[in-house]
Ligand binder design. Sequence first.
Ligand code: ATP
Ligand code: MG
Length: 453
Amino acid sequence: MKKRLKLKQNSASIMLRSFVLLTTVIILISGIITIFAVGNQLLETSQSSTNNIIKSLKKTDIDGDDDWENWRANNSLDTSTSYVLVHNMRKDANTKFYYSPDTEDLLSTKPRKVPLIKHLYYRPHMGFLYYATGHAKGINYKLWVKLNSQFATLERVVIVTAAILLLTLLISPLYIQFVADRLTGSLTKLTKSAEESSADMTQQVSQLPVPESPTEVATLATSFNRLLMHLHKQSEKEKLFISNAAHELRTPIATIQTHAQLIKRRGKEHPEIVAKSIDCINDESHQMGNLVDELLALTRADRMALDFEKYNLSNSLVQVKEKMTPLLKQTIITNIPENITIAAHEGSVEQILINLISNAGKYSDSTSKINLRLKKTTDFVAIEVADQGEGISSEDAQHIFERFYRSSDIRGSIPGTGLGLAIAKQLADLNHAELTFTSNKPHGTIFTLKFKN
Ligand code: ATP
Ligand code: MG
């Protein structure tokens, strides 16, 4: 198998190759155009000077070296490189053929026509010649003019073009390398520090250095740092979530263990504690069950995408009310206009309302009332759950949607895990709904779930 030449594929090498190719092509093309233009100009000059020589010849009658020298001396044209063959066809001619000096020598080897260029000939050992003919008064003139000086000029143009090309090929790689290093250097540095920080797992949160230029790399580094920060925060959140979950589970497990040991040690001698301990174990295991359900709901909601369907929200709210009534001590008073529909995920909206209503029940007096209201305007549909409880303090207000957050006043006194509102908020987001709360003056809280039209 043929081994393919593997070219370096880094940006600097690609830039270098492309630029060298581009400059070579540009210089070559412009060089060729210049050579053609200069060559053409030189040929045109040669043509006009040979035409002038022919014109001047036509006015003379050369049949010997003396005539030739006289003619040369008496005209201002440059005839130093002219070779003439005069063919006198007149009857009174003394000499039929006259060859000016060195013309016979020149014609001893036949000059070869240069293809495609009119009047241009090449004679070995002599170089390029411009050929022209003329006829006057029964005399034919054949003229060859050596183009040495013109070709020397052309040669200089070719040399200068080649020198420029060579110089560019030598200098441009250095310049391109310099530019490429400036452009990709910061990217290379960035990659290096990304590699270093990924190798060093002990580092808490590593930030990549943001170069001043080029701007694209600076933007990339900034975005990357933002992403790193986001990932770091996310992982911190997850760590906190797991440790909170473990902590919340540890308490009921410890209580269950304590009661189980109590029954084991003292159950036989004091049978009266068995029932009490079993009640405690039952409560705690329920609490644990709820917590596990809520944790599962949260992690599921993290990845969930909901299917929306248009459904009758009024009917759904009536069902929620019926479902919650037996679980609460408070009375639920509803104000639900009929046949209000929304496009949402019915099951998750129900779950949000169950969480809100059960909170209203947990955090208000058993004799108070809970209001469940449905409102529709041209802009939105809103569901309100209002209680007449203690309300939410301004300090708690900032945190109640956080996972595991519970007001310190009720910790220990009212069972709960602090996940209900976090789940409700997440489900509201998934339904593109807004979950907010305000004070229910003079007592209590109103939670509002708003669906924009
Ligand atoms: P659970 O996960 O079992 O629902 P929880 O009710 O404590 O536990 P959330 O529903 O998330 O958790 O509520 C968080 C906290 O917000 C509560 O502990 C409570 O302090 C406060 N809170 C929520 N709803 C109300 C309310 N209607 N009135 C007063 N405080 C409330
Ligand atoms: Mg709750």
